[in-house]
Write a protein that binds this ligand. Structure first.
Ligand code: SF4
Length: 70
């Protein structure tokens, strides 16, 4: 299982990082570290079962519905 973040939909609200800071690290400006300038999306590496559960919770909590599981 992997998670995907639609970086166009993400509004840097940070709920994902509160839930799973290791999976959704924020930089000093409160932006997801993996959100490269100009990138449309980020797809994670294959997740462990525990990380998959955390990512699913973050997906549920994201107010922009920017996180999807694959
Ligand atoms: S919770 Fe959603 S909108 Fe907020 S930073 Fe995470 S992915 Fe972006």
């Amino acid at each position: 299982m992997k998670f995907r973040v639609d970086l166009n939909a993400c509004q840097s609200m940070g709920q994902c990082s509160f839930t799973a800071p290791d999976l959704f690290p924020l930089d000093d400006d409160g932006v997801l570290e993996f959100a490269e300038p100009g990138a449309q999306e980020y797809v994670s590496e294959e997740l462990t079962a525990d990380d998959g559960e955390l990512a699913e919770e973050a997906s549920f909590l994201c107010p922009m519905r920017a996180i999807s599981m694959h």
